[in-house]
Design a protein around this ligand. Sequence first.
Ligand code: ADP
Ligand code: MG
Length: 646
Amino acid sequence: MLQLSKLRREYRSGDETIVALRDVDIDIHAGEMLAIVGASGSGKSTLMNILGCLDRPTSGSYRVAGVETGAMDADALAALRREHFGFIFQRYHLLGDLSAQANVEVPAVYAGRSRSARQDRARELLQSLGMGDRLLHRPGQLSGGQQQRVSIARALTNGGAVILADEPTGALDSQTGAEVLRILEQLHQEGHTIIIVTHDMSVAKHAQRIIQLADGVVTSDSRNDAVAQQRVERTMPQAQNGGTWTAIRDRFIEAVRMALLSMASHRLRTFLTMLGIIIGIASVVSVVALGEGSRQQILQNISALGTNTIDVYPGENFGDMRSGRVQTLRAEDAEALALQPYVDSVTPTISTQSTARFGNISANAQINGVGEQFFRVRGLQIAEGVFFERDSIFGLEQIAVIDQNTRKQFFGAADPAIGQVLLLGNVPVRVIGVTQARQGGFGNPDALNAWLPYTTVMARITGNPILRGITVRVADDASMEAAAAGLTRLLELRHGTKDFFISNTDEIRQTIEQTTRTMTLLVSAIALISLIVGGIGVMNIMLVSVTERTGEIGVRMAVGARQSDILQQFLIEAVLVCLIGGVLGVLLALVTGFAFGEFSEDFKMIISIGSIAAAFGCSTLIGVVFGFLPARNAARLDPVEALARL
Ligand code: ADP
Ligand code: MG
């Protein structure tokens, strides 16, 4: 069944070449019980590793059931180990985080057996080895002999046609050692091929055939006539199907379970690793939410201003220092504009601050000189009384419409306001209307506003005929651009030069959206950098984790894990760390948003489902990207070297 011919294995250390095995020719038949003996350093373990397909010969041939192994890739060798071989190590090499039963199940997971089948199998095997009452104990809670029984059960999980035992009794006292040997003999009786490596002749005496090694050469290969020469032919078991969906899913679940176990056993370290991701995700999510919150707030304010108005101001732009000297923007311009077909309504505006007095109450108020169409332009609604008419403009009437703040300030909530006389500076005006309070809009929400005919303000308060601006409400069926162009042309004609500028709320909206976008992008970029730093932290810890668990990886490979299984396990661990970090990060952002929202009304965060989904996508991606290198390192480990680290 196993044929070695002209087999040679060399080790290279520095410039030296150590020949561990030379010209080894051995045929091993199915059902044999064989002992390989020799002094320490004679090459027994090397031979054992080659027999078990953990290692490859430097030259020569090794055939398993007639198939040459030399040309096989790592996964094909893993398949052979999984399906045909069972290893028993001197120091048991059980996975410390798993129970006895789970340890025994591991090879079956990689072989793609169903969950119930492998649990039954593991229980059955452990029971038959007298471990039925220790199924859920961890290796650390078991004695050496008990651990060795678990490792024997593990070797048998997938059939274990060939059992390779490297010094199986080496770490046990003589009595437990004898029990282990009895178990191996029993297995031999049942048809398993048993190969025991030992330096102890009293152990070797149990075998039918004894091969002696010295300095890598076979010095004797003899039958042991003290043992009955019985040979039970045993065919290789059918290869397990590891490719079905359930099998792939089971391996995935196993990988997730291992990742969780390893995270749970290093809680503080895992948390600190996550911290980078938590902070990164929390800042990205809250910055985006904050940007969205303020954008919506501003948009709401703008729409309160009306989206179809155009303001005309003197000067070149908002910052123009000379705009005060531009005297050409007159009420006549407003009259001319009112006649245009694209204009719905128009109002000149003048504004100034003044002290308002009523009885013994006085306060600073914003005095706005406006046309009769102002209320329509701005979409203001009346709560009490009336708005003023065109006649009041011509008549320079001393009347005012006030807002709710002003009403409350001077007349309280209950007293009648209409008909009362307010003193603005030293100009008495009669209140004829009160506007409804409105939501949003720019400016101080607590400011006191009074609207007077602009002619009255010019004549009685400012004393000059210059407007602060003209506000035009564009007709519903006209386009904003066409209206802006027409309006600019008309005023240019009237003034003979362009000494004014226009601003419409649509432009303001666009500018603000642009600004918030830029800000969000900028801060997100910074947050992204912190995410990348977090990712590097994850990579770093994963590399440490792989190094720490090299032995475990070796054991998994010995029982038949594919490279992809190992890759998957570590990749899943990295992704889980990032994903859990992402969840905590989103929670942190929510809590922060809520807490700040309690303190301040201006602070508005809008966390969308989209940004949460993006956060999870982002953290998964970081896990995959930064976990890949460590996971690949783990998957590419050489099984023998990995086992040597245990
Ligand atoms: P045994 O198991 O019989 O004690 P080994 O098979 O472990 O012997 O080793 C055989 C020889 O190969 C020894 O001389 C040992 O030093 C050498 N050897 C084993 N493994 C390595 C290795 N990874 N690198 C270099 N030399 C090795
Ligand atoms: Mg050895």
